[in-house]
Write a protein that binds this ligand. Structure first.
Ligand code: GUN
Length: 294
């Protein structure tokens, strides 16, 4: 029997409805949650992401601000905006869209964001809090979304063997920390694999929950999946497709058609992790506003 589909779009909508209630409650207390995004330069992919974040905010009745600086902006100019956002009482959370142009030291900028407003969870204080399971730290949106997809689709995480393929700072490593936490959505046994792992298929076949975040199209084959496993595909890769209107289509890091014949549940691409990421960013911003209120 083919796997059940873990529908990220539906779960994201369910969470946005919950957020709408929390936003209404905040508004009744005179606070509109506000998210700002700083974009430096004109990278088309970043412009699309930033526009999507702004639109999602407005749709939920949140305040949204986008600040753009030219590609040749200096580090001082970026830090000036960061300082302004750190003290702006209408902005409860913000992020600096990455990557930044070469002349700007990314680490210096991320370290300057006030941790209480760092809804991306990229400041070392929040990274540390996530590592030690301190619930006051902002959890980065993508792995937090992955965890919510598992929890909300009824996949048993407690005691499960989770194998993560990919050790990036924004997905693999924080995903491992979140699933290892004590408490709901945690208590897994976690293995993190990467490009140097020996016998990768042998490792992934041990997974009750397999998370693919390696950034390579259809890298994980159907016979790498243990029968009955749950599979979350974090990858978003463009592959040429002359029959598609745009000349390409999106595929994940997992060979979906093959894996769905083996797994018990699987998230698709598109319509899986993607819709969850912005939702979790909005979620973090609303939590920032709630903390600010009281
Ligand atoms: N660039 C690509 N993804 C992200 C993200 O999640 N946050 C930021 N700040 N930049 C990104």
């Amino acid at each position: 029997m083919p796997a059940k589909i873990i529908d990220g779009k539906a779960i994201a909508e369910e969470m946005r409805a919950e957020l709408a209630t929390q936003i209404e409650e905040l508004k009744q207390q005179g606070v509109t949650p506000g998210l700002a995004v700083l974009l430096v330069g004109e990278d088309p992919a970043s412009q699309v992401y930033v526009r999507m974040k702004g639109k999602a905010c407005e749709k939920l009745g949140m305040r949204s601000e986008t600040i753009t600086l030219p590609a040749d902006a200096t580090e001082a100019e970026v830090l000036e905006v960061v300082e302004r956002l750190n003290s702006d009482r209408d902005i409860h959370g913000y992020l600096v869209q990455l990557p930044l142009p070469d002349q700007i030291n990314e680490k210096r900028v991320l370290f300057s964001i006030k941790p209480e407003k760092d809804v991306d969870g990229f400041h070392p204080v929040n990274i540390g809090k996530v590592q030690i399971g301190d619930p006051t730290g902002f959890r980065p949106a993508t792995p937090y979304g992955v965890q919510q997809m598992l929890v909300r689709s009824g996949v048993e995480i407690c005691g499960a063997h989770v194998v993560i393929v990919g050790r990036s700072n924004i997905v693999g490593r924080p995903a491992a920390a979140l699933l290892l936490h004590k408490g709901e959505g945690g208590n897994a046994t976690v293995t993190v694999c990467h490009s140097r792992t020996k016998d990768l298929p042998g490792m992934t076949r041990q997974a009750d929950i397999l998370i693919a975040a390696i950034g390579s199209p259809e890298f994980v084959k159907g016979d790498w999946v243990k029968p009955g496993a749950a599979v979350i595909d974090v990858g978003v890769n463009r592959v040429d497709d002359a029959s598609a209107k745009k000349g390409y289509r999106l595929v994940g890091d997992v060979d979906f058609e093959a894996a769905r014949e083996v797994a018990s549940a699987i998230s698709p691409v598109p319509g899986g992790v993607g819709p969850m990421t912005i939702t979790m960013l909005l979620y973090n911003t609303v939590q920032a506003a709630r903390q600010w209120v009281g």
